[in-house]
Design a protein around this ligand. Structure first.
Ligand SMILES: N[C@@H](CCC(=O)N[C@@H](CS)C(=O)NCC(=O)O)C(=O)O
Length: 240
């Protein structure tokens, strides 16, 4: 155990934003209590006592150890995945979530910003809204261009930082969903996007994803069969 204050983590395997925090908690070897929150049917106490925005992830920090569904008024409540990642990097300075060098730290934050703008927009537009494919391909091209060409994770090392933790949950879901043509797009469009993202043009991105999937902290947070089963039954993607 490396933290003396309690941490409760509100999450769901559906959520790429939550997986960001999950990887960080695992890499930090934090002592934490996970609580699976059904975002499609949220209990009233969640917005009232944990995150007024009603979104996951969120964490409570400190205060007495209580059941996650009766959060204490004495704990600090934190939301927004990027904020929580930064908080965990501060709380666990030896976990390598952020490097020590100011330039490398700025590069990690810049990378995360591109994920949250270009990367997320393309993912949402194509997979969740069924709009054009181009923003998805362009977003991943922009992110691939930011990866060090010779290999390694986003900042060039062989350990995950918050840049990778922010990116990989979206990237893995993208490849998984497109490989089985699951999304709001017309049938067949997902396979077309998959063919592009598995072509030589995206070789560096494919290598990156392979490296991420070999990482032990990633492995602790991702089960492909469970993900597939969950996405196949998700009403959001049901085609008429
Ligand atoms: N900007 C937020 C986004 C969080 C978010 O959108 N979470 C989704 C799940 S991936 C959610 O809770 N959706 C439920 C809702 O909006 O009611 C973050 O980075 O944490």
């Amino acid at each position: 155990m490396v933290n003396t204050e309690q941490i409760t983590f509100y999450t769901h395997i559906y959520s790429p934003y939550s997986q960001r925090v999950h990887i960080a908690l695992e890499q930090a070897k934090a002592d934490y209590t996970p609580y699976t929150l059904n975002v499609l049917d949220k209990p009233d106490w969640y917005a009232a006592k944990v995150n007024p925005a009603g979104k996951i992830p969120a964490i409570t920090y400190g205060g007495p150890k209580v059941s996650p569904d009766t959060p204490s008024d004495e704990s600090v409540k934190l939301a927004e995945s990027a904020v929580i990642l930064e908080f965990l990097a501060d709380l666990f300075p030896d976990a390598g979530l952020l490097p020590a060098d100011p330039v490398a730290r700025a590069r990690a934050r810049f990378f995360l910003t591109v994920v949250d703008t270009k990367g997320f927009e393309g993912f949402r537009e194509f997979i969740f809204l069924g709009h054009a494919m181009a923003p998805l391909i362009d977003g991943y091209a922009a992110l691939q261009a930011l990866l060090p060409p010779a290999g390694g994770f986003a900042l060039g090392g062989d350990a995950l930082t918050i840049a990778d933790m922010a990116f990989a949950p979206f990237l893995a879901r993208t490849y998984l969903l497109l490989s089985v043509d699951l999304g709001k797009f017309p049938a067949g469009e997902g396979k077309k996007a998959y063919a592009i993202l598995t072509s030589p043009r995206f070789a560096r991105l494919q290598q990156y994803l392979q490296d991420v999937k070999a990482n032990p902290y990633w492995k602790a947070t991702w089960d492909e069969d469970t993900q597939l089963a969950m996405w196949f039954t998700n009403p959001v993607f049901r085609r008429k």
